[in-house]
Design a protein around this ligand. Structure first.
Ligand SMILES: NC(=O)c1ccc[n+]([C@@H]2O[C@H](COP(=O)([O-])OP(=O)(O)OC[C@H]3O[C@@H](n4cnc5c(N)ncnc54)[C@H](O)[C@@H]3O)[C@@H](O)[C@H]2O)c1
Length: 251
């Protein structure tokens, strides 16, 4: 396999691309020659990230992906611009730390809508052009919380990420015959705003000290795993959840 993972010329939708893991994935894919369609609810930050990408043919599309019609518009506008869609990377997600007693229907809907529902509608919409091309790669972002059940205050987040593991397997079964693979990545701790905004230094140290590798993962390291799963070399890996967790949990 060449070091560009076969990405030159591929058209890739990457959600949550304004910052964090989505931005790191967009940067790596652009560096390897993909045409990135970055999507995020934060249009200003998305514009900055996409305008700084290497190469040409990138697009910044601001959408709130909790709305299914926006998921469909994202795929439709990608096809209008490029005429094809090879790769979908579902990174966008939120975490809200809420005491169990305070979880209400609105909080439940906010997390499920972004973390699971958007991935469902994007997988479904993206699969149509991929089926026609008889080639496609989908990578969904879940979390170690899907396996551990999360911590106090993250019950809904953990359930949403468990849903991502199930939907990944479901679409992997449905789309395999069309030569489309569907996998998930389950990070433990990556130094993004999601972590710095929700965890103290002490809490981070407690988790990393329980890891055999003993440190957080870099966003760029996660992006390399996404690129591998999107490559031709990963053609028979599907329905898999890849743990990237410093050995915190060995399943
Ligand atoms: N950082 C970690 O340690 C970690 C660990 C486990 C799982 N994850 C998962 O990785 C993914 C990326 O996390 P991150 O750390 O980069 O977080 P982040 O908060 O830095 O980035 C998330 C991005 O998603 C975007 N987004 C949120 N709601 C949206 C919506 N409705 N429509 C469109 N975009 C929306 C945000 O604007 C933001 O740019 C998430 O799914 C997260 O659950 C992260």
């Amino acid at each position: 396999m060449s070091t560009d993972f076969g990405l030159p010329g591929r058209v890739a939708i990457i959600t949550g691309a304004a910052r964090g893991l989505g931005a790191a994935t967009a940067e790596l894919f652009a560096r390897f020659g993909a045409h990135v369609v970055g999507c995020d609810i934060d249009g200003d930050e998305l514009e900055k990230t996409v305008s700084g990408l290497e190469g040409e043919g990138h697009l910044a599309l601001a959408f709130d992906l909790s709305q299914p019609e926006n998921c469909e518009s994202l795929v439709a506008q990608t096809l209008e611009r490029h005429g094809r869609l090879d790769i979908l990377v579902n990174v966008a997600g939120i975490i809200e730390r809420i005491e169990l007693d305070e979880v209400d229907e609105a909080a439940w809907a906010r997390t499920m809508d972004v973390n699971v529902k958007s991935q469902f509608f994007l997988c479904r919409a993206a699969s149509e052009p991929m089926k026609k091309a008889h080639w496609g790669r989908i990578v969904n972002f879940t979390s170690q919380a899907a396996h551990t059940g999360g911590f106090y205050g993250t019950s809904v987040y953990a359930v949403s990420k468990g849903g991502v593991v199930s939907l990944t397997k479901n679409f992997a079964r449905l789309l395999g015959p069309d030569n489309i693979t569907v996998n998930a990545i389950a990070p433990a701790l990556v130094d993004t705003r999601m972590v710095s905004g929700n965890m103290t230094e002490e809490a981070i140290d407690n988790v990393t000290s329980a890891m055999p590798i003993g440190r957080m993962t870099d966003a760029a390291e996660i992006a390399m795993s996404v690129a591998f799963l999107a490559s031709e070399s990963a053609a028979t890996i599907t329905g898999h959840t890849l743990d990237i967790n410093g050995g915190l949990l060995m399943r």
